[in-house]
Design a protein around this ligand. Structure first.
Ligand SMILES: [Zn+2]
Ligand SMILES: [Zn+2]
Length: 75
């Protein structure tokens, strides 16, 4: 199994930077996967932060697990 299934250091990623702060734009990623996203830490329009309620709902939807689906995303 190569897909990331981390359950620690989970962060809420904005799927689309201009996609707003709703649950549809939220993806649970562990810190390492988050760092591997193309837009992480880059300049540009900043996203509006997710509310605590949205973060909780996103975590629950993801089963408290990284939702990254890239194979061998990081070592
Ligand atoms: Zn991950
Ligand atoms: Zn990943």
């Amino acid at each position: 199994m190569s897909r990331c299934t981390a359950t620690k250091n989970l962060e809420v990623h904005h799927k689309r930077r201009d996609g707003g702060n709703g649950i549809d734009n939220a993806q649970i990623l562990c810190h390492q996967c988050h760092e591997n996203t193309a837009t992480y830490g880059t300049d540009g329009k900043s996203s509006s932060p997710f509310s605590e309620a949205t973060k909780e709902a996103a975590l629950k939807r993801a089963g408290n697990r990284c939702e990254c689906e890239k194979d061998n995303c990081h070592g």
